[in-house]
Design a protein around this ligand. Sequence first.
Ligand SMILES: Nc1ncnc2c1ncn2[C@@H]1O[C@H](COP(=O)(O)OP(=O)(O)OP(=O)(O)O)[C@@H](O)[C@H]1O
Ligand SMILES: [Mg+2]
Length: 401
Amino acid sequence: MTSAHTPESLGSGSGSADIDTRSPNGSAGVGIRVTNLSKTFASQAGKVTALANLDLEIEASEIVALLGPSGCGKTTTLRCIAGLETPDSGAVEILGRQVVNTAEGVAVAPEKRDLGMVFQSYALWPHMTVFANVAYPLRRRKVDKAEIGDRVHDILTMVGCGQFVDRYPGQLSGGQQQRIALARALVGNPSVILFDEPLSNLDAKLREQMRFELLELHERFRFAAVYVTHDQVEAMTVAHRIAVMRIGRIVQLGAAREVYDRPTDRGVADFMGAATFIPGTVRSADGERVLVDTALGEMRALAVDSAATTAGDEVEICARPEQVRLRATSDDTAPAAGYHWVEGQLQHSSFQGGQMVRLVAVNGVTIRVDTSSGMSDSEEARFTSGAIMLGLPMDSLYVYS
Ligand SMILES: Nc1ncnc2c1ncn2[C@@H]1O[C@H](COP(=O)(O)OP(=O)(O)OP(=O)(O)O)[C@@H](O)[C@H]1O
Ligand SMILES: [Mg+2]
């Protein structure tokens, strides 16, 4: 099977404080364009805002993950793109074709939107065999019977489930059902696939394997995708860009590394991985460079929004655990430059397989430090109890208000 559209090179997007929700390659290769989408629901407690003027552009053959806390509007976004929900206002285009536009009264039926969907609950029909489940989208489109047979066979082989054609979903494991659901979404070779937490029912190991399998399938089919997940590692693995949502809006959009290394607000910093926040007061600000008085002493850090950061501001400095360095108090070599070196007391350390996680108290602030667990025993022995030196990297400490 070949794809109808060509692969595009994928850029990293913008991700500045002023969120640029356009696709990195401009309008020529736009797979999905969501414009000004709003949706409220009526509930007993009053109106619930699910989406608030959401904009998003996804390139043809790009995967964008929607990441955010429960209730922030991820599923509602997918349902509006799919046509399972009607937005209060806004528009959605798929490969340049408008599928919904509330101002112009456009609303294309879900089955005519050229998209596949994969949900958390697999949503396979229990009374149909694997073959019939996967053939379903092609039957609806009245594809020739012989061709249906070939395509279903091909796609099932590709997802490693060729031997299950005659089984019913109830006779398959969770991972096998998940692959069948993927096959069903892919069989019609849609330009767009919507994933709503598709792997969350699987155990950790299988989930990780399926993420990579999904990327292989994407290499082959080059669909554009919106991939909803709660799991930031999953988002970083499968997506070209990550959109972090909060209360019906996208608050940051960018490549994984960009969103992780340079979150534009405290909420994103906290959501994207482990972080220690050190409270303090801005002493002086010179462009991006700021000096902050903290319980650890005066610290140099960087302002995310330099225009809005001034002396006297109460702020928090964000430190990522894997960027903090360790040093024995007995070490008499010169400490590395570019770090704030402070002395603390080791409170806890925990071996977590690939990494060691340590909590170190410094003047009443608990700082998390992650190191690879691959240190030698003698090296490790220097950091097992008592006083310990921590190095906080000045060039990657960001300040949030
Ligand atoms: N049919 C509905 N009726 C009333 N409120 C709804 C309906 N569907 C969604 N909501 C509300 O809209 C908001 C967004 O819901 P949505 O399902 O999009 O969240 P989500 O980001 O997918 O969350 P989760 O991660 O828990 O799946 C929530 O506050 C939810 O309660
Ligand atoms: Mg949801």
